[in-house]
Design a protein around this ligand. Structure first.
Ligand code: SAH
Length: 352
């Protein structure tokens, strides 16, 4: 469906804003992504963007082996649950579960997915899975081995801007031409920021993601209560920074996030600097946050690429191109980070 018709999200946002005033950026992003993911399969060369598991099976296999290694060294507890947040096409789950099975681990499978369209595609890849709308219904009877690749970046961000009168939330309004524009909200937002971040020059913008914090808190709480380990993999920064990182991608190009809500993928950098201490505060062990490139290399992606090449010599060029794309510093290797968490008493993770 195109973005401008009566039933479009643009039209319903315009009606809502006309009736009740500007909406928060977080509200805008949440609804835009719910519409976007709910109505299509955005992945692959023919879609809007491509993710690490879609680049090569090596990615999911190494994630699976990392989780299996943790489970082995923790004494092979049973029952055990593989949990994936935002599984996309189910490719990572399929590859990780295959690698786990070879390592002697056959967990129950739980996929947290909001999109009905993507659940159908995931069902083809991982028929044995159970689906959940959010983390609240996940089982509590055993450790969880959790993976989330490019999940947190799709969750709605809040942006706060320093105005002369204090911190204001960035809101979305409609201008005279009917275009979506950002305006400063009228509510005083100082309490939404930690005290040590409130002093700032006028115009400073701070982005936070309350939804990502809530997810990491819940995972940390479950690790503490149930045991297990978790990997959050996403593009983002390991140190605090200011400025907007909101972006929209459609057909592999960056587009204006306000041009056609619901028709492009909206994401923001994940603030790993905030998430690691938050996980610790909720009882989890933080194993580290490192670049995807060094992490995959430490886990043996070169040996895996060599083995795949021996099995299919005619694909040597493709396998090497995929490995390079996943690990090279100027590709995904540095921008993408891997954050490892585990229950107290569980082993240190490989690669951190
Ligand atoms: N992990 C996959 C897909 C990443 S895209 C990959 O690497 O290819 C983001 C995924 O998160 C999609 O499956 C999307 O439908 C899901 N998602 C986004 N927001 C969500 C939410 N609030 N609740 C549940 N799933 C969500």
């Amino acid at each position: 469906m195109s973005g401008s018709g009566e039933g479009s999200l643009s039209a319903s946002f315009r009606r809502l804003i006309a009736a009740t005033g500007p909406i928060s950026l977080a509200h805008y992003m949440a609804e835009a992504n719910a519409r976007y993911y709910g109505s299509r399969d955005p992945f692959g060369t023919a879609g809007d963007f491509i993710t690490a598991p879609e680049i090569s099976q090596m990615f999911g296999e190494l994630v699976g082996l990392w989780l299996a290694d943790m489970w082995h060294r923790a004494g092979q507890p049973q029952p055990v649950h593989y949990v994936e947040l935002g599984p996309g096409r189910g490719t990572l789950a399929r590859d990780a579960l295959r690698a786990m099975a070879r390592a002697g681990l056959t967990p129950q499978v739980h996929l947290v997915e909001g999109s009905a369209a993507l659940r159908e595609i995931q069902r083809q890849a991982v028929p044995q899975a159970q689906w959940h709308h959010d983390l609240s219904t996940l089982p509590t009877d055993g450790p969880i081995l959790l993976a989330a690749n490019e999940f947190l970046d799709a969750l709605p961000v809040r942006q706060l801007v320093k105005a002369p009168s204090g911190w204001r939330e960035r809101m979305v309004a409609v201008d005279e031409e009917g275009a979506f524009v950002c305006v400063a909200g009228s509510a005083q937002m100082d309490p939404a920021l930690p005290e040590d971040r409130r002093e700032a020059e006028e115009g400073t913008l701070i982005e936070t993601c309350p939804a990502a914090s809530a997810v990491v808190q819940e995972v940390a709480r479950r690790l503490a209560a149930q045991g297990g380990a978790a990997l959050f993999i996403d593009y983002g920064h390991a140190h605090f920074r200011t400025g907007s990182t909101l972006q929209a991608v459609r057909a592999h190009r960056k587009v204006d996030p306000f041009a056609d809500p619901g028709e492009a993928d909206l994401t923001a950098h994940v603030d790993f600097a905030t998430l690691a201490p938050l996980a610790q505060a909720h009882g989890a062990q933080w194993l580290g946050t490192t670049g995807q490139g060094p992490w995959l290399t430490a886990l043996g992606i070169e040996a895996r690429a060599a083995a795949l090449t021996r099995a299919a010599p005619h694909l040597a060029g493709e396998i090497e191109a995929a490995r390079h794309r996943l690990v090279a510093e100027e590709e995904m290797g540095d921008l993408f980070k891997v954050m490892g968490l585990a229950a107290q008493g569980w082993p240190q993770g490989a690669g951190f």
